[in-house]
Design a protein around this ligand. Structure first.
Ligand code: ZN
Length: 432
């Protein structure tokens, strides 16, 4: 039994029919916004030109810059008075972007999140501790409404304040946590310091998201907390969380195709790519009222999986997001994703829970990369010969896998600032 049997277990044909119907309606609606009217008129496209899914590629892309230019309300398809909530994502650079919700959009969003949570085993009576920031960031309120809709008991504690988090887990017998992976590692250290084994908390599951992380980190967290760890996929332009979620097989997220049409395009040419090939994920929201977005360039690099999932759901799965096109570091001309480095570090048993990547440039042209790594408490005895071995092991593994030769700095356990939310893993000191 699922949250929504009918929708979740639709055949591929039924999914396509529903997508076609919703796409046509969405395009008609989007054309009412100042933004899409202009965009369509510029290329001579009429809403009536979109008759089925194969016509999707006629529609121009929407980018983050478009959203910034349309700030605050240029993309609304309803009267401003029908908007009941605003979320906004502000990058560290540039203007903010805004996403607006009608009452119906909030309900639909909550339903998608409830569907995800039900899929991983959350039920009425479970206690859900939401350790993500609330406010303009969609991760907090998105999960909050979804878990309430499902009937779980929600603790809206937000991020940080680790001592209080641990006390709540113990006092309320929390069964599910929503947390960033880096913070989950930090919290486990503090729990152990309190003399408690995280395995004894009896957690049923951890939901992780909001920062890229590796499969090795998931395995490490599952081992520490002795419960399954599920990846969540979402982005504020598409409501926030609830776009996709891993099912009980924990083998990459299903994207809910009744709400989102996904495509993979070549990030340079914008050409569509076949399933299985790696490229940029493009999403069209087809179940939003106040502000639908057509063909949004997510900058997330991934692929659409070809294999069917054992759970019986036909909603397509996307591979692990290897990184965002704008997270990629180019060091000495080599493309490096921080998540690749993390994957290697977290599979080395002497490595602790925290690390930092520092990129710099010497004499204006030589890129240097230094990885500062905390050693696991178990292996930290301070013997110089041992430290040298660990250093060489890390250096060797990274050289083998990603062909860069970083300097390794070993640190005592907990020497780096702890993550209380999104971890800042990369420090780029290059002035480019
Ligand atoms: Zn599945």
């Amino acid at each position: 039994m699922a949250w929504d049997d009918k929708i979740e277990f639709m055949s591929e044909k039924e999914i396509k029919e529903l997508q076609t119907e919703r796409l046509i309606k969405t395009v008609e609606k989007a054309y009412k916004s100042l933004f899409y009217k202009k965009k369509f008129d510029e290329v001579g496209l009429k809403p009536s030109d979109i008759k089925d899914l194969s016509d999707l590629k006629k529609i121009p892309f929407t980018t983050k810059d478009d959203l910034r230019a349309a700030y605050p309300f240029g993309m609304l398809t309803v009267d401003k008075n029908d908007i009941v909530r605003i979320h906004s994502s502000s990058g560290t650079t540039g203007k903010a972007t805004v996403i607006a919700f009608t009452k119906k959009d909030i309900d639909t969003w909550a339903d998608y999140v409830a569907r995800c949570l039900y899929m991983i085993g959350m039920r009425k009576g479970d206690v859900f501790q939401n350790m993500m920031s609330y406010g303009l960031f969609t991760g907090g309120l998105g999960f909050h409404y979804g878990a309430e809709k499902l009937g779980a008991t929600v603790i809206p504690i937000g991020g940080g304040n680790t001592a209080k988090q641990i006390r709540m887990i113990l006092d309320f017998k929390t069964s599910f946590l929503h947390i960033t992976p880096s913070y989950a590692l930090h919290v486990s250290e503090e729990i152990i310091k309190d003399g408690i084994d995280p395995k004894a908390l009896g957690l049923k599951g951890l939901i992780v998201g909001a920062e890229p992380h590796s499969e090795a980190t998931r395995k490490k967290l599952e081992e520490i907390y002795n419960c399954p760890v599920f990846n969540s996929y979402g982005l504020s332009e598409m409501n926030g969380p609830g776009v996709g979620f891993e099912c009980e097989y924990r083998d990459d997220p299903h994207i809910w195709e009744d709400g989102y049409i996904i495509e993979i395009v070549n990030p340079e040419t914008g050409e569509n790519m076949p399933d299985g090939e790696e490229g940029e994920l493009v999403i069209t929201s087809i179940n939003r009222e106040g502000m639908p977005i057509l063909r949004y360039r997510t900058k997330d690099l991934t692929h659409i999986k070809k294999e069917k999932c054992k759970c019986g759901r036909n909603h397509k799965k996307i591979g692990r997001v290897v990184g965002r096109a704008d997270d990629m570091l180019i060091v000495k001309g080599i493309n490096v994703f921080p998540s690749q480095i993390e994957d290697i570090l977290m599979s080395i048993q002497e490595v602790g829970n925290n690390y930092q990547i520092v990129v710099d440039r010497k004499e204006d042209y030589i890129d240097t990369i230094k990885i500062r790594v905390e050693i696991s408490k178990k292996f930290f005895h301070g013997k110089l010969s041992e430290l040298k071995n660990i250093k060489e092991k890390i250096q060797h593994s990274i050289r083998e896998e990603i062909m860069i030769n970083p300097e390794i700095e070993l640190l005592e356990p907990q020497a780096l600032p702890p993550s209380e939310g999104k971890a800042k893993r990369v420090v780029d000191l290059r002035k480019i």
